[in-house]
Design a protein around this ligand. Structure first.
Ligand SMILES: Nc1ncnc2c1ncn2[C@@H]1O[C@H](COP(=O)(O)OP(=O)(O)OP(=O)(O)O)[C@@H](O)[C@H]1O
Length: 257
């Protein structure tokens, strides 16, 4: 193994040792194309997500990762391709319908109701359909105890990291089958990043199918079970974490470690 291979292998742990076995397929995307009107940005992406799996979409700045995620979530129209949720066609479903069918999307900008308290934000999340193990209590106890300490605080006065906790907590209260996360730890201090890494591992191991967009491998290497590498709007590689670790040339060409 040369130095480059060794460093790539060190950088990627296939999903952390606690990664649960993957279950049934919950989301399938075939040949998705999407953009903003003047030609497609994403040029035919295909992927599959299974319960308990975590797919990291990685690639450098501006290669189309967010555009892909938004199109999957129905925030942006697909110009071609198919979307299946739980084996059922959902190609033409709008975002609210996708959400009702178990797909939660957490955009990169933190979306909390700033003039409402943490408690009220969580109540609104719990109101949005979906029964299951992720109750208010479970989210606070198992993922973000800090939100319990800040229960009566207005969301607008929380720190960036706390607002991100609240955003993810609200999404999770709908008990989604699929959770799409766009750069969930961007701009956070390392100690805060660790809180989110642990939370994502727990969400994944609860059987939710996760997909996360990241520019580098620091967070995915602790969470992801599979990878999809993008460049210039195309999927240039997809496969298991262990295989990516073994392909040093690919990592060097398309990724930031
Ligand atoms: N609302 C928009 N309108 C027009 N073009 C856009 C819009 N959002 C993104 N783009 C363009 O689409 C391309 C892909 O952007 P996208 O945000 O999907 O990339 P990315 O890989 O997620 O990058 P980053 O990591 O910086 O978010 C870029 O050229 C970008 O300028």
């Amino acid at each position: 193994m040369n130095t480059l291979e060794a460093s790539a292998t060190r950088a990627i742990d296939p999903g952390g040792t606690a990664a649960a076995a993957e279950g049934a397929e919950v989301l399938r995307i075939e040949g998705l194309r999407a953009g903003y009107g003047a030609g497609d940005i994403v040029q035919g992406a295909s992927l599959a997500l299974a319960a308990g799996g975590a797919l990291a979409v990685v690639g450098r700045n501006g290669v189309g990762k967010t555009t892909l995620l938004r199109a999957i979530a129905g925030q942006l129209p697909m110009t071609a391709g198919r979307r299946l949720l739980g084996g059922q066609d959902a190609t033409h479903a709008e975002s609210f319908e996708l959400s009702r069918r178990g797909l939660a999307y957490i955009p990169a900008d933190r979306q909390v109701f700033k003039t409402l308290s943490v408690r009220e934000n969580l109540l609104l999340g719990a109101y949005a359909h979906g029964r299951g193990e992720w109750t208010k209590e479970a989210v606070i106890d198992r993922l973000f105890p800090r939100l319990g300490e800040r229960y009566g605080t207005l969301a607008g006065s929380l720190s960036g990291g706390e607002q991100q906790m609240l955003t993810i907590a609200r999404g999770l209260l709908s008990n989604p089958k699929v959770l799409l996360l766009d750069e969930p730890t961007e701009g956070l201090a390392p100690v805060m990043v660790d809180v989110f890494v642990q939370a994502m591992q727990r969400i994944r191991d609860s059987g939710v199918a996760m997909m996360l967009v990241e520019q580098n491998l620091a967070v995915p290497r602790k969470v992801a079970t599979r990878y999809l590498v993008m460049d210039a709007g195309e999927v240039v590689w997809s496969g298991d974490a262990a295989d990516l670790a073994g392909d040093a040339a690919l990592v060097e060409k398309y990724l930031l470690l």
